[in-house]
Write a protein that binds this ligand. Structure first.
Ligand SMILES: Cc1cc2nc3c(=O)[nH]c(=O)nc-3n(C[C@H](O)[C@H](O)[C@H](O)COP(=O)(O)OP(=O)(O)OC[C@H]3O[C@@H](n4cnc5c(N)ncnc54)[C@H](O)[C@@H]3O)c2cc1C
Length: 458
């Protein structure tokens, strides 16, 4: 039998020389009567028929295991959400998959925002879950709800999640934390319904990380109003929104004050920033404020210095950590699906050990990001989250996100840099997340100061 097999295999040109290990296998198989008969039939095949049989055996072997369902919640951290939050999460997911996913790459490439989706997005009523109203009428911030919903948006489109984060986090949060009761009553209900859209103007052309001591935009009291002069840069939603919360230095007492500046105000102008390579769908503006007059009633009554800006950022940074979680989740699930689909050497990419290593590293990082962000959100809901907790969440998740999207991109080879497969978009968008709302270094320094007692910013 062994001689016959050797003869046929060499004739068929499939093996030029018989490897001793193959010889041993053939010999052992031929000792079993039922296999001996199968082998005899195989030996009667001619070369091309034998090659076809070999291909079909290989195919059958590879197609056999069904791909497991892709689950971005690997550690089942998000399974026990309150019913209303879970329902909002499912609404958000369904909307993003149905409406945003099919157009996300196109809008990203054209650097345009899909404004036509805002009415339906508003009707999802996500802000009612993020900022629930208590029976006594007070508005609360539910950080876990914000996190999970933000993750769902970013999982499909990080720009959409940032659009929510700027209006429903930074702008809403500024008025919630720093506004008087009257200001909250005037603005928050309309913001919750997206009847007015807000932006948050802190960064300036020459002052980014150093805003704490470096804001140059000024405000000057003038009777029952204030005059604001300066420039703001990178301001999300400012090209189309209804108002911007502008942070400016009072020339009288040098303290930072916050103002609700309507974008229709004389002296306010904005131009869209062009040429971004990340979060292109998000609209960022460069604002000029030229003697803009704002009534005292639109000065945030509880904002008395930069510490109040820091309170707002402390609240919203956790949300940015969740954008990073969503970005990583979106890249991971697309990469996993791709590596199940794409075959090389006659096998799915996902069957190669080195690709599995990338996938395991991705899901491990994703799970650790989710666990950290969730715990910090829980601390926030319990009123125990300090500035360094949210800084750690943002710093850790944004850094891990960058590594996940890089692995996702790598696992897809050339297609990883093509927009068609979406992972390239997540790969690029992660760069914005890494830098905004406190760069990696600034959030690291906030954590470092809490650990050591030494501020190392300058
Ligand atoms: C897509 C996008 C959206 C944004 N949206 C808004 C918005 O809506 N509103 C808003 O106000 N701003 C917004 N920003 C601005 C954002 O918050 C700033 O980009 C960020 O704070 C960093 O500032 P910078 O870009 O000026 O960098 P810089 O401050 O110039 O920093 C450059 C580098 O130096 C490092 N660095 C700076 N200081 C130190 C230090 N002391 N020690 C060590 N390293 C240091 C930084 O970490 C960074 O790596 C947005 C930015 C982006 C990219």
């Amino acid at each position: 039998m062994l001689n016959m097999a050797t003869e046929l295999l060499s004739q068929s040109d499939l093996l030029t020389a018989l490897d001793p290990r193959v010889a041993s296998i053939v010999s052992r198989l031929s000792d079993r009567p039922e296999l001996a008969s199968v082998m005899e039939q195989l030996l009667n095949l001619d070369g091309p028929a034998l090659a076809r049989a070999k291909r079909s055996i290989t195919k059958a072997k590879v197609a056999a295991p069904a791909s497991p369902e892709i689950d971005v919640d690997f550690l089942r951290l998000l399974r026990d959400l309150p019913r209303d939050v879970e329902s909002a999460r499912l609404r958000a997911r369904e909307f993003m998959d149905r409406e945003v996913e099919p157009i996300a790459n196109d809008y990203w490439e054209r650097a345009e925002f899909p404004y036509h989706l805002i009415p339906e997005f508003a009707s999802l009523d996500l802000l009612a879950s993020i900022f629930p109203t208590a029976p006594d009428g007070t508005v609360h911030h539910d950080s876990v709800a914000e996190g999970v919903l933000t993750m769902e948006l970013a999982r499909v489109d990080c720009s959409f999640a940032t659009f929510l984060g700027v209006h429903g986090g930074l702008a809403f949060g500024s008025i919630l934390l720093c506004g008087s009761k009257e200001q909250q009553d005037e603005w928050l209900p309309r913001m919750r319904k997206w009847e007015v859209i807000g932006a948050f103007g802190l960064t300036e052309p020459d002052v980014g990380s150093g805003v704490a001591g470096g804001i140059t935009t000024t405000c000057r009291r003038d009777g029952d109003a204030w005059i604001i002069d300066g420039e703001k840069r990178w301001i999300g939603n400012s090209t189309f929104g209804d108002f911007v919360v502008v942070w400016a230095r009072d020339v009288a007492d040098q303290q930072i004050k916050g103002f609700i500046v309507e974008t229709s105000a004389p002296g306010y102008s904005v131009r869209k920033m062009e040429g971004k390579i990340a979060q292109r769908t998000l609209q960022n503006g460069h604002i000029t404020l030229d003697h803009v007059r704002v009534l005292e009633k639109n000065r945030l009554q509880k904002a008395n210095g930069f510490k109040d800006v820091a309170r707002v950022l402390g609240m919203t940074r956790v949300g940015v950590a969740w954008i990073a979680v969503g970005c990583a989740a979106g890249a991971y699930e697309r990469a996993l699906a791709y590596t199940q689909r794409r075959t090389q050497f006659g096998r799915p990419l996902g069957s190669f050990q080195l690709i599995q290593s990338m996938l395991a590293r991705m899901v491990g990082k994703l799970a650790s990001m989710q666990a950290l962000a969730l715990q910090v959100s829980r601390l926030q809901n319990a009123g125990q989250c300090e500035e360094h907790h949210s800084a750690l969440a943002k710093q850790f998740c944004a850094a891990q996100c960058r590594e996940v999207v890089a692995l996702a991109r790598e696992s897809m080879g050339g297609n990883g840099i093509l927009l068609d497969h979406s992972v390239a978009r997540f790969f690029a968008d992660a760069e914005a997340i890494y830098s905004y709302e406190g760069s990696n270094e600034i959030n690291t320094l906030i954590v470092g100061r809490a650990l050591t007692g030494h501020g190392a910013f300058v």
